[in-house]
Design a protein around this ligand. Sequence first.
Ligand SMILES: [Zn+2]
Length: 249
Amino acid sequence: MTSAEKQKTDLPEPLDVIAVGAHPDDVEIGCGGTLARLVQQGYRVGIVDLTDGEPTPLSPGPHIRLAEAQRAAEILGVSVRVTLEFPNRRLFDSFEARVALAKIFRRYRPKIVLGIREKTPQASPDHWQAMQITDAAVFYARLSKWDDAFDGLPVHTVTRQLWYPLGLSTLQAVRTPGDVVVDVSESFHLKVEAIRAYETQFPPEKRRVFELVEHQARLLGLSAGFRYGESFTSPTAIGIRNLVETFAR
Ligand SMILES: [Zn+2]
């Protein structure tokens, strides 16, 4: 058996969707309802945090934040949560970060990757860096003749990359009429519970965060005819075969 064949047999069960954030809690806030809904629908979902999010003003230490992240993952029902060790507050798009994330894509072979959509002014600049790292890692995951950079892991092509909005205070949740809105009415309570799992990050005086999450999900949901919704942007064109099946059912 060649080393490439051995690598293939050692791979874990694939995931349908991987969501990437800069810090534990980004993914929950941006698309936690969709992840929980996917799990309810029988899909295998994973989360990658590029940093452990520490230090932060309100947390006693990384071990507490990691425990909160694991608890949030259990609430959402995700199969895998990976926390990479790039530094919080100093996360930069780099070759090392791109390769580390691409290795996870090669290992877990997701069909869909969800990444941060845009800058978050007056919040952490790590989010913008995470977006660039994620975009690059989706590309790196499929590049052949480069296996030595990826520990011999086989190439993997992500079928679709989507971006989720994260800036809660920037009025960017509703952006263009072309965005996709996922119905999260059946899973919104799990999203809120998962965010609440970060007790150190969201004490009672930060209640505003939950109000923003609630109202944005209501606005997005109502705009598309649901109780609660989360929006996604496709960076590339969405091809469809049947206009009526897609838009009139
Ligand atoms: Zn963040």
